[in-house]
Design a binder for this molecule. Sequence first.
Ligand code: TRP
Ligand code: SF4
Length: 327
Amino acid sequence: MSPRKRILSGIQPSGTIHIGNYFGAVENWVRLMADYDCFFTIVDLHAITVTYDPKLLPQRVWDAALDNMAAGLDPARCTIFIQSHVPEHAELCWLLNCVTPLGELGRMTQFKEKSERERENVTAGLLNYPILQAADILIYKADAVPVGEDQAQHLEFTREVARRFNGRFGDYFPEPATLIGRGARVMGLDGDSKMSKSMDNFIGVTEEPDAIWEKLRPAKTDEARKRRTDPGSPDKCNIFGYHKLVTPEGELREIVAGCTGASIGCIDCKKILHRNLMKVLDPIRERRRDLALHPDRVREALDEGARKARAVARETLDGAKKLMGLL
Ligand code: TRP
Ligand code: SF4
């Protein structure tokens, strides 16, 4: 028996990942792998709760798997799997459906936002999304869930589901803690909104160095620096925000001095950023290339992940069914 505490997190299958995903979440998960028994699931069953193209979904799931593995979710050190490969999630979701009052679901922030966007296609699946998420977590009796601030409400909801089940059928599910990561909130290249694929303001983790430079070169900096001789304020510069993710302390101080004293230009500053960023991304891109060359290995790793996950999930599910009086 492993004495380590267990965590679980869900990964949206939105294809290749960007540095916002990496510095905001994945990097933190990799750190947690040292101390926790980690489960990561690519949530394809959640992805189908909104309008989507079934022809494109397999590639989205595959790219998410490869990018996350390349970025550090090493199957040798964690259990990584595709949600729909562990059908017990959907089965527990049904059981939890039957202990959840309808009213709360319609009040969830993410549901309200997504149903507004969907309009014509607000499904029962979208409404029940948080119950499936609760099932993802409770089926492993996870001690904690490392997520961003935006998932705090779903986690509170998960704890309520556990309390309600326990109150009715006996103490069974531990209430998982929310581990708000020390992940960064990474802004997009436009400097105005959070980095995201839909805003097309992102730097892909596995993009080629030249392509990344072509995105950095024209990117907005402190507007006060109209000419090379105008001093600037790093705190007003999006590029400096990226520096803080990858540039060592000493060099950061030099940049602050160089920017405020107008002794370095923005292009030089961006070159330093590019160099430091590629130190982090080069090995990821290489691992990604290697994984893509061996799809059979990736498939085996995902199968093995699902097999390990299923063993735990089956046991939890059987216990829950028994408590509920199912023969
Ligand atoms: N709802 C989460 C998101 O939008 C994804 C998710 C699904 C999840 N199941 C989960 C996160 C379980 C943590 C635990 O990002
Ligand atoms: Fe930003 Fe660097 Fe230019 Fe200063 S020198 S404005 S920190 S890019």
